[in-house]
Design a protein around this ligand. Structure first.
Ligand code: 5AD
Ligand code: FES
Length: 348
């Protein structure tokens, strides 16, 4: 098993069969070597830097009905809110003061946020904070919409592919959603010049080693600048409420593999990882991660952006989250980078 890790480290790729073995092994020595190499490769391109992204959760309305997600439209218990333009801008002002140089506007697929509205907010943020990157995470939209928001100044777009295995994709999503549309959206975003983030949940219901291999192969084809993965965590008012969640062990394993396959990629230690283990994000940082996304949303809405149970950081002010993460980053042996943090191979 150690040989497979060596090969992945040296060549940046391994066969499907080797991937299968590495995903499934319980060899602790191989897992430790994977972690060590992942940290070495991350340090080669990014040193000890960890980039911060201020996450602004702009809407909990969603037209979709993804089976795993707490803000799916058929969850009538979900509390819905949307932030106004003024509220979004005040989050940015707060975040800029805290040292953030990337703002991520994330939300459900809420058509209240028209292209006109989004373009207005994006250009205002870029005008006020020309040294900052604007990232969007608003789900599937038309080519024209992505184009207009790019022209308004958006730099990056996060859209997890969720599952590259079409059968799995359709078991996780309502019938009107398909992997082929998701894939087209991701390639459209790339074509438009966005720095693109894809990714998936670890341990989602019905996920198999084969479907994970399909995820790695799809990511190799897409070659995104960012890859977001975190454990699946059941939400109590979704059809998956009684399913098992993803584990820390497998998530760390996959993070290590991703770092070796994609040496220059931006890899967040996600909030979901911090939710399933108190030191989940620190362990992520030690296994190749180089990004964290502190919550910048107004405290009054945080509990309402309720994707999964027991989500952390829902009671804290932005400044508290910022300081908490700084402590965690430093305790893990890394340092906060006060910069935009573009991918090492992306020319802006
Ligand atoms: N557990 C973990 N992650 C989830 N997401 C949505 N619901 C859950 C859940 N129950 C992830 C999806 C989505 C991202 C914003 O959050 O992968 O793309
Ligand atoms: Fe949000 Fe610790 S990171 S409270």
């Amino acid at each position: 098993m150690v040989n497979i890790v060596e090969k992945l480290y040296n060549q940046g790729n391994i066969s499907d069969e080797e991937l299968r073995q590495l995903i499934e092994t319980d060899d602790a020595q191989a897992a430790e070597l994977l972690r060590r190499y992942a940290d070495e490769v991350r340090q080669k391109y990014y040193g000890r830097k960890v980039f911060l992204r201020g996450l602004i959760e702009i809407s909990s309305y969603c037209r979709n009905d993804c089976l795993y997600c707490g803000i799916r439209r058929s969850n009538t218990c979900a509390e819905r809110y949307r932030l106004s333009r003024e509220e979004i801008l005040s989050c940015c002002e707060n975040g800029y003061g805290l040292g953030f140089r990337t703002f991520v506007m994330q939300g459900g697929e809420d058509m209240y946020f028209t292209d006109d509205f989004m373009c207005g907010v994006i250009s205002e943020i870029k005008e006020k904070y020309p040294d900052c990157a604007v990232t969007l995470s608003l789900g599937e939209r038309s080519f024209e919409s992505y184009k207009r928001m790019k022209e308004a100044g958006a730099d990056r777009y996060l859209l997890r592919h969720e599952a590259a295995d079409e059968k799995l994709y359709s078991r996780l999503h309502p019938s009107e959603l398909s992997f082929s549309t998701r894939r087209e959206c991701l390639f459209n975003l790339k074509k438009l010049g966005y720095q693109v983030g894809a990714g998936f949940m670890v341990g989602a219901p019905y996920q198999t080693t084969e479907s994970l291999i399909a995820d790695f192969r799809f990511l190799q084809e897409l070659s995104p600048q960012m890859i977001g993965i975190g454990p699946f965590i059941p939400h109590h008012s979704t059809p998956f409420k009684d399913e098992k969640g993803g584990t820390l062990d497998l998530t760390l394993r996959l993070l290590g593999i991703l770092r070796l396959m994609f040496p220059k990629v931006l890899l967040p230690a996600t909030t979901a990882l911090g939710t399933i283990a108190p030191d989940g994000r620190e362990q992520g940082l030690k296994t190749g991660c180089n990004v964290v996304m502190p919550n910048l949303s107004p405290v009054k809405v945080r509990k309402k952006y309720d994707l999964y149970d027991n989500k952390i950081c829902t009671g804290e002010e932005a400044a508290e989250c910022r300081m908490c993460l700084q402590r965690r980053i430093e305790s893990a042996g890394y340092e906060v980078a006060a910069e935009r943090g573009d991918a090492a191979d992306f020319n802006i």
